[in-house]
Each structure stands twice: as C-alpha cells, then as structure tokens.
Write a new protein. Sequence first.
Length: 317
Amino acid sequence: MKHYQVAIIGTGPAGLTAAIYASRALLTTVIFEGMQPGGQLTITTEVENYPGFPNGIKGPELMELFRQQAQKFGTVTLFETVKAVDFSQHPFKLVTDANEEYSADAVIIATGASARRLHAKGEDIYWGFGISACATCDGFFYKNQKVYVIGGGDSAMEEALYLTHFASTVTIIHRRDEFRASKIMVQRAKENPKIDFLLNTVVEEFLGEEKRGIKKLTHIRVRNLITNEEGILPADGVFYAIGHTPNTEIFKPFIETDANGYILTKGKSSYTNIPGVFACGDCQDPTYRQAITAAGSGCIAAIDAERWLSEHYSKLK
Ligand code: NAP
C-alpha cells in the first residue's frame, strides 16, 4: 500500500492550494482528482473576480495553473476518486475507484459541493452558456439583460437582489407560493422594482441557439403547477438557487457534519472531530463558496496539517 504524509481529496481551489502548501512544506503529498477534476470552476466560463487576473481567466485554465503549481513542488496527482475511507485507524486508509489502497498520516478533505440541478431538458446544453448557479461569479455578464432565479430560499432572494445591480429585470421562479426564505429577505425582494415573481411554476426546458459554434440560452419553457398552463419566455440568463449538496457522504461514518452534510470544523481552523483529518473549501462552507475563500481555507488546512504532523506524528508512530 502506497503511503503519503498528506493525502488530499479533491482538486478544486481548496484541495490544490492545500497541495501547494503541503508539498512546499516538503511533506509527501498525494491529491486525488475526483469525479470533477478542477472542481466547480471547470464548469464556469470566465472567472473575473480571482485576484491577480485583471483580464479574467477561464475557470479550467485557472485550475490547470493551480495544478501545475502543486506539481512543481512535488504533489503526486492521481486521476482516481476516493470511494471509501477508514479514519478509525492510523495511518488513515483510503480506497479509490481503481481499487487501489493508500495510507496517509494526515488527510485533507476538499471534496467541495455540487449545486443541485433540476435535470430539465436542455440544462446540460446551456449550463455555463446562460445557466449558472452563482450570481456572484456570473451576474456581471448579464448587464441590462433579462434573468431568472429559480428557488424560494434565502439564496434565491440574495442572488436576485444581487443580480438587480446588473440585469434589467430579475424574475424569481418558485415551485410554491410560500417561501422558505426569511421574511425580511422576501420583503426586500418584493420591494425591489426590478424583481418580479413567477410562483407555483417550474422550468421544464431550456432553449437556445448556436451561432458560430457559440451556444446561447434564449428562452425557457415554464409550466404553472396549478393550472398546468405552459409558456415560453425570453431568457438571457437563469440562476439556480435550489441549494447545494456537500460531497461528504463517504466521510459521514467518521466525520461530524451539520444537518445539511457540511463538515463541522473547529473555530477558524480546518480541524474536524478526528485528529489528523482536516477539511477546507465548500464541503465545510455553506456561506461564502468562492474560489478565493476556498483557496484560503485550503492554505489553512495545509498549515494545520503540517503543524499537527510535526506536533503529534512521533506520538502516533
Ligand atoms: P434552501 O433553503 O434549501 O432553499 C432551496 C429552495 O430551492 C427552496 O425554496 C426549494 O423549494 C427550492 N428547490 C429545491 N429543489 C428544487 C427543485 N428540484 N425544483 C424547484 N425548486 C427547488 O437553500 P438555500 O436558499 O441555498 O439556503 C441554504 C441555507 O443557507 C439556508 O439555511 C439559508 O437560510 C442559508 N442562507 C442564508 C442567507 C442569508 O441569511 N443571507 C443567504 C443564503 C443562504 P421548496 O421551498 O418548495 O422546498
């Protein structure tokens, strides 16, 4: 069984930043790419708010730069997905989808979260080309355009309010006529003249066009759940705010999470309930969910792991 001092699970900004710091601290470091190498940024188009890139950078290109930087310091990158862990023994054990087993003195969980999808017709075609799950990331591209937000929770209200800074109109589409969002957030949205509501309604299909190889969302097909009436509406952008699911299922037998599955970390640190296992990025952050905050927490996790290893490793051997 191959052994590393640090095993990092997940290759978004959090995991790869942890890899840069851990390998630069001269710890033998392996990183498992996982199901979506590069993480959620690889399904966005332009990233304009990552510091250091005044002209913006494509999400996949940014993650490739992260990866190269980690590899430069010796991180071993494996195109495998960790499918099971055993944190009840030390060194910790990890098993991948290639049925390979690895052991590690410290583990950094950076498995991220996945935006919930509707799985409506056309969604896969226009994801990243008119459909997004992050207004902070992509709202800027919809100046004076007609956008929709799907959902009735606090995220939907917050995203809609944020989008009014750019869009000409923002329509919140919600499947019920009652909101899960807090009253104050709903009130703020209702009071904003740019926001209107389409209630008891679901999006059934995304429609668009392709010009010179570039796909673009142009319309959505919606259905009223009370009357069953359908309609096709012009749409430049649609933002999903139907929640995120942290990718933490395989850790649950060992690692404490909140009711929504987000890993609980101690204070400002990346410490989990298991000494030697650290968590960073969106799998433990339901609030900020930005590439830069994930990268920052990846740095924290690597520093925590390095300090923990130097303090405790000799005792555990
Ligand atoms: P959420 O509260 O779980 O709300 C998800 C919304 O999406 C619900 O309205 C739900 O409808 C809808 N939805 C889920 N699946 C759907 C589907 N398949 N089709 C159509 N609609 C669907 O998620 P969230 O808004 O992301 O919030 C997550 C947590 O973060 C909450 O605790 C929230 O309070 C918190 N948060 C707080 C703030 C703030 O305080 N500023 C901002 C953002 C988030 P139903 O209501 O019908 O189930």
